[in-house]
Design a protein around this ligand. Structure first.
Ligand code: PDD
Length: 276
């Protein structure tokens, strides 16, 4: 496997990052995950725009305008030109002697890799989830590489054979460890507002657009944990998850046999059309 490190494409065994890289020492960096379907990126510009936004939010001065060309080179080197694949991009604040305050003259470190990845046609089956306390910091709108809160929560789900961990902050559902969360009640779709407590997922934004297009009422309002069990349907959204029906949260089942609810199904079908 070839990887990209600061303008060079090398076999991953030969790639080198300094142990003084602030991404390594502090998690001082941001990242993106996007997928190529055939020969174009699925909402690629939106992913790049979010990267620009996040860089700005952490005061990291890096020009992303050269990235699309570099991604193309990486895809060619990885023999993934025109093939379904996943691209990971990470920009950190670079290499400096370990001091908390930002170094003034360091050059950002950019790494990327591309791997074959085919999005499943759509998840027919509902998935199982648990809830955990949202122990993360208060700037979840920043797609930071420091994901300890997320990986700890997801591992807790995995240990119980579940797919995702749904975060609860102050009694409200925020999002999940690597997905956004939606609920449906009386044909109205609910999701947490895009404030600093969630990552404003690109897939989340697509779902909101699809609701509007399909004349399904959408409200960006947080659902209380105690009201989760009163909802008709629940689903997750994310780049690799797409739209996945939630069949179970803890010991509550939305449907006994794991069937996908009607609104979730409608949105999944409309989402599938976008990929054509
Ligand atoms: N996860 N919330 C969190 C905390 C996420 O990490 C992600 C994405 C999402 C969904 O965002 P999007 O629809 O733009 O993928 C929501 C990526 C895929 C990951 O870390 O692998």
């Amino acid at each position: 496997e070839k990887v990209y490190v600061n303008g060079k494409i090398v076999p991953h065994q030969e790639a080198q990052i300094s142990i003084f890289d602030r991404g390594f020492l502090f998690g001082d960096g941001v990242y993106e995950v996007m997928v190529q379907i055939g020969d174009s990126f699925f909402y690629g510009q939106e992913h790049l725009n979010r990267l620009i936004d996040c860089l700005k939010k952490i005061n990291l001065d890096f020009d992303v305008s050269t990235l699309p060309k570099e991604v193309e080179k990486l895809l060619v080197a990885s023999k993934l030109e025109g093939k379904d694949s996943l691209v990971y991009i990470q920009v950190t604040r670079g290499v400096a002697i370990r001091k908390h305050a930002f170094p003034k003259t360091t050059k950002p470190t950019v790494i990327m890799y591309a791997i074959p990845f085919t999005l499943p046609s759509i998840n027919q089956k509902s998935i199982a989830t648990i809830t955990t306390t949202d122990n993360r910091w208060h700037r979840c709108d920043i797609k930071a590489t420091s994901l300890l809160g997320n990986v700890m929560a997801n591992d807790q789900a995995a240990e119980q054979g579940m797919y995702e961990s749904i975060f609860i902050r102050d009694g409200k559902v925020t999002e999940a460890s690597h997905c956004n969360v939606f609920f449906v009640k009386n044909d109205i779709v609910y999701t947490h507002p895009a404030d600093t407590y969630i990552l404003n997922g690109i897939t989340r934004q697509i779902v909101i657009q699809l609701c509007k297009k399909l004349h399904i009422e959408i409200r960006e309002e947080a659902i209380l944990k105690v009201n989760m069990v009163t909802m008709d349907e629940a689903f997750l959204s994310g780049t690799t998850t797409q739209i996945a029906s939630i069949g179970r949260i803890n010991n509550h089942y939305y449907s006994a046999d794991g069937t996908v609810g009607p609104i979730t199904k409608k949105l999944q079908q409309a989402f599938l059309k976008l990929k054509e």
